[in-house]
Design a protein around this ligand. Structure first.
Ligand code: AMP
Length: 189
């Protein structure tokens, strides 16, 4: 088992680089944002709860998010060579829970790939992406960035301190950024 967390602000390229990492290493994708959007699209009870947070740019409460994540890991683990966690964890509490959830199952996070992109660039990428996603509008974007800085970015130090944070310069072409990631984690795969 080889597990990655892909970490960075909204619009930092987590989804794009996850797809390339999945192709390269045969990892199984767990994108909490995507899972929640599927629940919303299907009109489930969970989807209704999720929508009330997502549409305002706020985070789903930790307890609920961690339960959803643990269930998804259990569903996918039998067929997985390893996971790429995209959009999770987003709080220190989620990071601590992830560690416990994985430890109980004999797993751990091997690398945290941190896509480092300035805010101005994040905003312009999200506005350009705005056609597809309900939460990619100016108001929600600015709230998501606020939440990112207040709640999620402290995780960088948390993972730097655990020695598994790989900082990646997140500007440039998709392939340039991907090559930086491969270089940072490649020797250990
Ligand atoms: P994403 O696709 O990762 O940008 O996620 C879209 C939205 O889903 C976020 O703005 C949050 O409202 C919600 N979300 C996704 N992942 C999480 C998480 N780990 N914890 C709390 N909320 C999340």
């Amino acid at each position: 088992m080889f597990n990655l967390v892909i970490f960075g602000g909204p619009g930092s390229g987590k989804g794009t680089q996850s797809d390339k990492l999945i192709d390269r290493y045969g990892l199984t994708h767990i994108s909490t944002g995507q899972m929640l959007r599927e629940e919303i699209a299907a009109g489930t009870e969970l989807g209704k709860i999720a929508d009330s947070y997502i549409s305002n740019g706020n985070l789903i409460p930790d307890k609920l998010m961690c339960e959803i994540l643990a269930d998804e890991i259990d569903k996918l683990a039998p067929a997985a060579k390893g996971f790429i966690f995209d959009g999770f964890p987003r709080t220190i509490h989620q990071a601590e829970e992830l560690e416990k959830i994985l430890e109980r199952r004999g797993m751990k996070v091997d690398h945290v790939v941190g896509l480092e992109v300035p805010d101005e660039e994040l905003t312009s990428r999200l506005l350009n992406r705005g056609q597809g996603r309900a939460d990619d509008n100016a108001e929600t974007i600015s709230r998501r960035l606020e939440v990112y800085h207040a709640t999620t970015s402290p995780l960088r130090d948390y993972y730097v301190n655990s020695g598994i944070y790989r900082p990646i310069h997140g500007l440039g072409s998709i392939d340039e950024i991907f090559n930086r990631i491969i270089e940072a984690i490649g020797q250990n795969v």
